[in-house]
Design a protein around this ligand. Structure first.
Ligand code: PEP
Ligand code: MN
Length: 343
């Protein structure tokens, strides 16, 4: 349900409505303050809510039911684009696309410092690097854990970039939040509601990757879980879905670029694209990056390594800083063209 407050509604009016909802229905209330009006969203099972009574409370303009499972993050609830600002980098809205770059995994202090320097020079805005890696095999490199996070944070500081790293389990939320600026929920964990809620409670932006089998409705519904914790600094990331049949011969996943305009129509949250995991092939990163920005993505997350063949994970999809630079340059041109055309 959405309760639209009148433009002149006072804080007292808003507090009264919240109290009324909490006391009569036992539900929580989300408050979204727009430029002119405040919107209140109810969190929980609304079956017993009496709209007509709510609409009569002082300061209320109207109260109506939204049936969508993702209301708090839906554009029909709140029409203005959300812009998330992390250490001066703006993500979302009409801002220029953000470029998140770095290795799949932090492998050593030297490695992350060198990559940070080179991607920064190439145009990166945010530094990525995994420390608690989700790996299929227990025999693969699992990441450096806290030690890696420390190197990542230092490299970010040294080269003036905010950082992002994956939180693989609830056990790691606190330690990841201690070091990085954005907490990443990986594709394998998109359905992990406890992890999403715990990460959202850290009061830092979270980046949620679409699971490889998830519908867009499910994707947004799990983002809704973060929003219901009072944290709407959510960056969505399309990273490829399971290819059908023979498609698997050629790519690791199928990048679903149609998700970009759909998500932008459905939600005010920023959506970025990860063409690295989305294809698994370094030769596809350039064309898919261009396509993602042309389709309106708010940014890209790309795996970069100065020596992809030596990388301890995901070497085949990794590109060099020079190749990354070319992507930044061409994508900025595509973004300018989109802006001129009003896309
Ligand atoms: C990653 O970004 O490091 C990663 C493992 O991606 P995904 O969760 O999309 O597989
Ligand atoms: Mn990877």
């Amino acid at each position: 349900m959405a309760i639209v407050m009148k433009p002149g509604a006072s804080d007292e009016d808003i507090k009264r409505v919240i109290k009324f909802v909490e006391e009569n229905y036992g539900l929580r209330v989300d408050v979204s303050r727009g430029e002119f009006q405040t919107l209140l969203g109810l969190i929980g099972d609304e079956d017993k809510v009496d709209f007509d009574r709510l609409a009569l409370l002082p300061g209320v303009e109207k109260a109506y039911r939204i049936t969508s499972p993702y209301r708090l993050v839906s554009r029909s609830f709140f029409p203005e684009d959300r812009v998330i600002e992390v250490k001066g980098v703006k993500i979302g809205g009409k801002n220029k696309p953000v470029f998140i770059a770095g290795p799949c995994a932090i492998e050593s202090r030297e490695q992350i410092f060198r990559i940070a320097k080179e991607v920064k020079e190439a145009g990166a805005d945010i530094l990525r690097g995994g420390a608690f890696k989700p790996r299929t095999s227990v025999h693969s490199f699992q990441g450096l854990g806290e030690e890696g996070l420390e190197y990542l944070a230092r490299a970010g500081e040294e080269f003036g970039m905010p950082t992002v790293s994956e939180v693989r389990s609830e056990r790691h939320v606190e330690v990841v939040a201690k070091y990085v600026d954005i907490l990443q929920i990986g594709a394998r964990n998109m359905y992990n509601q406890d992890l999403i809620e715990e990460a959202a409670r850290q009061k830092k932006p979270i980046l949620i990757k679409r699971s490889f089998g998830a519908s867009i409705e499910e994707f947004l519904s799990f983002a809704e879980r973060a929003a219901a914790q009072g944290n709407k600094d959510i960056i969505l990331c399309e990273r490829g879905i399971i290819p059908i049949g023979r498609g698997r011969q050629f790519t690791r996943y199928s990048l679903d670029l149609s998700a970009i305009p759909i998500v932008k129509a459905e939600s005010y949250l920023p959506i970025i694209v990860d063409p690295s995991h989305g294809t698994g092939r370094r030769d596809l990163i350039y064309p898919m990056s261009k396509a993602a920005i042309a389709a309106g993505a708010h940014g890209l997350m790309i795996e970069v390594h100065y020596n992809p063949n030596e990388a301890l994970s995901d070497g085949p999809q990794m590109i060099t800083p020079l190749e990354f630079k070319r992507i930044v340059e061409v994508c900025e041109k595509i973004y300018m063209l989109n802006s001129v055309e009003g896309c």
